[in-house]
Design a protein around this ligand. Structure first.
Ligand code: DGL
Length: 266
């Protein structure tokens, strides 16, 4: 048994989509989340910069005594996970392996599309992971740089719908039957994706599989909290806490949601 919290990180509010799934799957676990809103987006930064920023968030989570860390960010998973895994003792779980597994299992016509940030698309991490599971699957990767800023500023439905339409336009004629939301921000506008996509296309949110995988690792390593241990959820941001709170309260449906601002030195 281990009563320490699960740590999660992202460049912004997108990671809350993973926090939500982890809380649903393991309601007896405490969590600490850090969103690096001061440096968002990660999706157009260099690999070195992403490693540096992610390392800072990991350091912060370790100062909160976490037992395991989830990179609730595809970009950080693609660019920084392999490096940082070698630097810390705690298990680190990313979102790309889980999303790839779910997609490889779901596709019937063996054609999967992935939308993500520029860094995630250019890394071909999804393509490699999916092909590792089933080499016959065709993987179409698409960068969607417009979406994260809209989601971070809580843009309205029609604005996001229009941006999703424009984003998917280059691949709309292709015959994929499965689409991975390869950025943890996108599940926040899942309805807009659903509206634009053909009804036959299955949408994969990697967070579902991440929550299950985390559960499996915790079971294997005996990391679950003891029954009756106090449960706490803490949220931190390097950016503007008021913005994060507005989105967090809506998205998690929790009026008590309260993110605290931390400075970069903390
Ligand atoms: N939420 C992050 C991801 O999953 C990306 C946002 C960003 O560009 O910083 O890739």
């Amino acid at each position: 048994m281990d009563n320490r919290p699960i740590g999660l990180l992202d460049s912004g509010v997108g990671g809350l989509t993973v926090v939500k799934k982890v809380m649903q799957k393991m309601p007896r676990e405490s969590t600490v989340f850090i969103g690096d809103n001061a440096h968002i987006p990660y999706g157009d930064k260099s690999r070195e910069e992403i490693i540096k920023l992610t390392r800072q968030s990991v350091k912060f989570l370790l100062s909160k005594n976490v037992k395991l860390i989830i990179f609730a960010c595809n970009t950080a998973t693609a660019a920084a996970m392999a490096t940082i895994q070698q630097e810390v003792d705690q298990p680190i779980i990313g979102v790309i392996q889980s999303g790839s597994l779910a997609a490889a299992k779901t596709t019937k016509n063996k054609h999967v599309a992935v939308v993500g940030t520029q860094v995630t698309a250019a890394s071909h991490a999804y393509q490699q992971e999916i092909k590792f599971r089933d080499s016959k699957v065709k993987v179409t990767e698409l960068a969607a740089p417009k979406l994260v800023p809209l989601i971070e500023r809580d843009a309205d439905y029609d604005t996001c719908l229009q941006a999703v339409k424009e984003t998917l336009a280059p691949i709309q004629e292709q015959e994929f039957d499965t689409l991975i939301l390869g950025c943890t921000h996108y599940p926040i506008i899942r309805d807009e994706f659903r509206q634009v996509l053909d009804k036959r296309v299955q949408i994969i949110d990697p967070a579902d599989q991440v929550a299950q995988y985390t559960y499996n690792v915790m079971q294997r390593d005996n990391l679950f909290s003891a029954p009756g241990a106090p449960i706490r959820h803490e949220y931190y941001t390097t950016g503007d806490a008021a913005m994060v709170n507005e989105l967090g309260r809506n998205f998690l449906g929790d009026p008590e949601f309260n993110a605290r601002h931390i400075s970069e030195e903390e």
